[in-house]
Design a protein around this ligand. Sequence first.
Ligand SMILES: *[C@@H]1O[C@H](CO)[C@@H](O)[C@H](O)[C@H]1NC(C)=O
Ligand SMILES: *[C@@H]1O[C@H](CO)[C@@H](O)[C@H](O)[C@H]1NC(C)=O
Ligand SMILES: *[C@@H]1O[C@H](CO)[C@@H](O)[C@H](O)[C@H]1NC(C)=O
Length: 201
Amino acid sequence: MKRCLIWKWMLLIIFEVVNLSMQIEYEFELEDESIYTNCSDVPPGTLNINGLFDMTNLSTTMTPEGIILSGNMTNVFNAQPSDRIEVTGNLLYFDRGTWQPTTLNMAIKDFCKVMYDEKQLWYKEWASRVTNRDVIKDQCIKNQGTVLLMETYTIMLRFGSSVPLISGRYTLRIRVFAIDQSGKKRPNDVCYEVRGTFFKI
Ligand SMILES: *[C@@H]1O[C@H](CO)[C@@H](O)[C@H](O)[C@H]1NC(C)=O
Ligand SMILES: *[C@@H]1O[C@H](CO)[C@@H](O)[C@H](O)[C@H]1NC(C)=O
Ligand SMILES: *[C@@H]1O[C@H](CO)[C@@H](O)[C@H](O)[C@H]1NC(C)=O
């Protein structure tokens, strides 16, 4: 719990766009047009992003201005409406050929409760772009077959930070778990990474 609070506080510093003039502005430039990468090593049974969403009808295109996203995604995650969805995130830094941990780690115990919380890292460039929000608000990612309709937009990940970040290559490793009512993790949890570079702007 404490760790969770610390992360939240760090997020506020590192990622939230605030208006202070002392802030250093960073842009996270995505490395790959397809956005999501497989995790480098996962326990057997863990799925990649395709275990969460069917992206057949989602298109992402790299342009000089950034990646343009459009279309829709269909939820395929192995969860039930009564489950709790737990999400963890770890930011790793690429140093001399290997991914090194950073102090930025997060644990979201009940993702569906905060999916549309404007303070969350994913709000501005993901959740707020889901246009059928009323449906998703109720079903979250707990009903297989739910379609998330996305706005067409250029992904622009900009963050203000009062703490300097080392410029360079990073990966954000996300893991998603469905926990049933008895507190047991369901099989086919998901792990994926989003890779890119932090630039001072
Ligand atoms: C990612 O993992 C999937 C499922 O294990 C595999 O089919 C695919 O080839 C992997 N992609 C890459 C680029 O390694
Ligand atoms: C993609 O769109 C087509 C055409 O509307 C639809 O038939 C199909 O079910 C969609 N696939 C997914 C995975 O959403
Ligand atoms: C999802 O995307 C596909 C392909 O872009 C499109 O044909 C389909 O109509 C979309 N579905 C909905 C429900 O908007």
